[in-house]
Each structure stands twice: as structure tokens, then as C-alpha cells.
Design a protein around this ligand. Structure first.
Ligand code: TRP
Ligand code: MN
Length: 443
């Protein structure tokens, strides 16, 4: 019975799937993937569901962050450490300044596939498949690189495994120790957001010394729970990672703790929703400004029919201009339905603009959407449960603005993303301070 349900997605229409030239090779690759060990365990996914439930009640706040798309060459210790450090710094700002516990959720260890608006890209008379992320094809504009290659799914698995292994080491092996708050900021230049962080780190140090002196120093100050997530886009890969838990007999996607369905693939009758409706993990769905009441109800019917708390998260990505108009309609649709959801804000994807050759975003728009998200939830009496952002730990110049004043002429200096522009380390801290101020009023 379960096994039949697990293949039901094959009867549904699947958008944004790569056109693999060799179906047999894809088949043997997926079989091989199916034989590889799980990356996460059922019990961990259940713990995250419980955390998401707490977030829906306002007892904790979810911070989900990472690259738009990870890349194989950037799956290095330095880059991974920088990203974790940024997320930990943001988390500590929220935890300390707003006294709110934070669920740390990386957009990491599996975020290797992207839906593209156009499946083909043309340059100088040559038409090739668009780059869909390292799990599918290469970024270079050559027929060899751009042809979807099933073996990349295995590489994606291996990089995910190595990344998650390092995340687990950082989370539990001393790097995440609150005694290191100062060290996380070392090497960053003088800038208002850094000064503010340093001042806060000093206060935390004093508080820790006090707790040590008072005999209240516990192990929970030394480690964090750090969860993984990615967009469940490539159905062959996600299917291979879906396994039956031996203890409960229930299916889990063992490729990440949390999976989300993108704005472009969230059709309630489509293959993506069908597949994720049968796994036990906590699931997110992105909602853009065109989401209708009927679509929202159909998604709840399909993904959380029993109304289990923490199971379903709606991640709204409406844009700074639309959030105040559109979010109330979305919230009303959910409230009329009555089943619980966790609300998160993605202030990135509704605020993408083009400046010259660059795809960018304005930090001010990002902050505006965040403010709008909190304001609307406060007015309607619903609970803002978390934030979903695209960030890197490095000093890139991809998003405009911030106290370092990245202006249009500077975008080219360190524009490294293969897909969407990401907040750099310093802009991420600024965002965390803003959110901590809002949370302090709210909680
Ligand atoms: N374990 C606690 C938590 O995860 C405290 C903590 C330890 C922490 N290291 C941290 C909080 C780093 C934020 C960042 O909240
Ligand atoms: Mn993106």
C-alpha cells in the first residue's frame, strides 16, 4: 500500500524536470542512489516538526538561510564554515537581543537544483539547455556541460553527505559554542553592523562568565541543533532518498530534514505535491502574490489533511510592494480553513531586480518586506514564525545597500552567485538586528 502511494507522483504532471538524453543511465543511477545510506534520520525530522509546531505558536523562531544554489566547487570547508558562522551569528543576535530561541535551518547540504523560467538559453545563435544547478548540468555554456547528466545526482548526494557531516561536526564539536561569539566575527572590517555585534558579544561574554561563576553553565551553551533543507525539485533524486523508517514503517525523505516546494511547482495536482504528501518530514510551500484561496486550500488538503501542527509551513514571497496588500488574503484563506500552518517570510524572491547585466536586490526592499510581514501578522493576530533568506558567509557584492553602501557601480566587484543575489555576511547581520528589534516588541 505504502509503496503504491510512493509511486503515485509518477502519474502526475511534473514541471521543471531535466530532459535526460539517456533514460537507462538515469534508471541505473537512481537505483544506485537508492542503495546509499540516508543523510538524516526519521527521529530528527520529527524533532524538526515539533520545532516548526513551536514556531507556529510563537514559542520559537525559525531562521532558514543559505545559498540560492549551492555549487560543487564551493562545497569546501571554508565556505561551509563561513555560512554556518553567519547563520549562528544571526541566531545569536536573535536569541540574545530578543530572548527568543531560534531554530537553525540551513538551505544547505542538498540545494543543488533550480527551476528556470526558460528551459533553453540562446547565445550567438546557439541554443542549449539552461543551467539547472550542479545536480543537473554544468554552468559553462557548452553542449557537454549543459547536457543533463544523471551522474551529477550521485555527486550531489556525495557533496550533501560531506556538507552535512561537516555541519554536524561544527554544530556539536565546539565551533558553535557560545564562548566563541567573538571569534565568529574575527577578520571582518570595521562597519556599524560589526560594532553592534561586537558590543553584543561582549555582553554575552559577561553573561556567560556570570553563569559559570553561578554554577549554571550547561552543555546546551556549547552545541546547537542544525537542520538541513532544500527545494524538492528533482523528483528522481527525491524519490531515491525516500525510505521507509524501519521503526515506524512510515516513509521519510532522508535527503534533508525539511523540504520545500517552489512557487513554480506547487500545483496541488502536480507530481511535487503528490510526492511530498506521502513523506513524514515537515514540508514548506512557497507562495507568491498570485496564490489563490482555492490553491491554498487544495495545498492544505493535500499536504496536511489532518491538520498536524508543524507539518506544513507557508513561506510567503510577495515583494516589498505587495506584502501588505496580499498577505492578509493569504492569511484569511488559511484562517477560514482552520488547520494550522507555520508562517515564514522569504523577503528575497519577490524583490529581484535587474541593474545592467546584474540580477540584484535592494537590502531596503528586503527589510521592507520583513517589516510588512511582521506588521500584517501582528494586525491579524497570527504568528510570524520565521525567516527564509539567501545568504553567504563571504563578502560578496550582490545585493545593493547596507551600511557598507554597495552601490550599482560596485556590483561587479565580487559578484559570485551563479543564480540569485545573496546577502553578504554584513547585510545578514543587519537583517538579524532589524528582526531582533521587531521580535523584542512582539514577544
Ligand atoms: N543551544 C542553544 C541554542 O541553540 C544555545 C547556543 C549554543 C546558541 N550555541 C549557539 C545559540 C550559537 C545561538 C548561536 O539556542
Ligand atoms: Mn533563489
Amino acid at each position: 500500500m505504502t509503496r503504491e502511494l510512493l509511486s503515485a507522483w509518477k502519474e502526475r504532471s511534473a514541471k521543471h524536470q531535466p530532459a535526460y538524453p539517456d533514460a537507462d543511465f538515469l534508471g541505473t543511477t537512481v537505483d544506485y542512489l537508492r542503495s546509499l545510506p540516508p543523510l538524516i534520520f526519521a527521529g530528527e525530522a520529527d524533532s524538526l516538526t515539533a520545532e516548526m509546531a513551536r514556531a507556529s505558536r510563537g514559542e520559537t523562531f525559525v531562521l532558514q538561510g543559505g545559498d540560492c544554489a549551492e555549487s560543487f566547487v564551493d562545497a569546501t570547508a571554508d565556505r561551509i564554515r563561513a555560512k554556518i558562522r553567519t547563520i549562528l551569528q544571526m541566531a545569536v543576535v536573535l536569541t540574545y537581543s530578543a530572548s527568543v530561541p531560534v531554530v537553525k535551518l540551513g538551505r544547505m547540504a542538498g540545494q543543488y537544483a533550480k527551476p528556470r523560467s526558460n528551459p533553453m538559453e540562446g547565445r550567438d545563435g546557439l541554443e542549449l539547455p539552461s543551467y539547472m544547478g550542479d545536480a543537473v548540468n554544468g554552468h559553462a555554456f557548452t553542449p557537454e556541460a549543459r547536457t543533463p547528466d544523471p551522474h551529477r545526482l550521485v555527486e550531489a548526494y556525495q557533496h550533501s553527505a560531506a556538507t552535512l557531516n561537516l555541519i554536524r561536526a561544527f554544530a556539536g564539536g565546539g565551533f558553535a559554542d557560545l564562548a566563541k561569539v567573538h571569534e565568529w566575527n574575527r577578520g571582518f572590517s570595521a562597519n556599524p553592523a560589526y560594532h553592534r555585534y561586537t558590543a553584543m558579544a561582549r555582553e554575552i561574554d559577561r553573561a556567560m562568565q556570570f553563569m559559570r561563576a553561578a554554577g549554571a553553565y550547561t552543555d546546551s551553551l556549547k552545541t546547537v541543533d542544525f537542520y538541513s533543507s532544500h527545494e524538492a525539485l528533482l523528483l528522481d533524486y527525491e524519490d531515491a532518498m525516500t525510505r521507509i523508517d524501519s521503526r515506524t514503517g512510515l516513509p521519510y525523505n532522508t535527503g534533508a530534514h525539511f523540504l520545500w516546494i517552489g512557487e513554480r511547482t506547487r500545483d496541488a495536482d502536480g507530481a511535487h505535491v503528490e510526492m511530498l504528501s506521502h513523506v513524514q518530514n515537515p514540508i514548506g510551500v512557497k507562495l507568491g502574490p498570485n496564490a489563490t484561496t482555492d490553491e491554498i486550500r487544495a495545498l492544505i488538503d493535500k499536504l496536511n489533511p489532518e491538520g498536524k501542527e508543524g507539518r506544513l509551513t507557508f513561506i510567503t514571497r510577495l515583494g516589498a510592494e505587495k506584502v501588505v496588500d496580499k498577505l492578509p488574503e493569504i492569511i484569511d484563506a488559511v484562517r477560514d480553513d482552520g488547520r494550522p500552518v507555520t508562517w515564514m517570510c522569504d523577503p528575497m524572491h519577490g524583490n529581484t531586480i535587474s541593474v545592467g547585466d546584474f540580477k540584484t536586490r535592494r537590502l531596503d526592499d528586503v527589510l521592507d518586506e520583513v517589516r510588512g510581514f511582521f506588521r500584517v501578522h501582528r494586525e491579524l493576530g497570527t504568528i510570524p514564525g520565521g525567516l527564509h533568506i539567501e545568504l553567504t558567509g563571504d563578502d560578496v557584492t550582490e545585493v545593493l545597500g547596507g551600511s557598507e553602501a554597495i552601490v550599482e557601480a560596485k556590483l561587479g566587484e565580487r559578484y559570485e552567485t551563479l543564480v540569485d543575489p545573496r546577502l553578504n555576511h554584513q547585510q545578514s547581520l543587519e537583517l538579524a538586528f532589524l528582526v531582533s528589534e521587531i521580535l523584542r516588541e512582539d514577544f
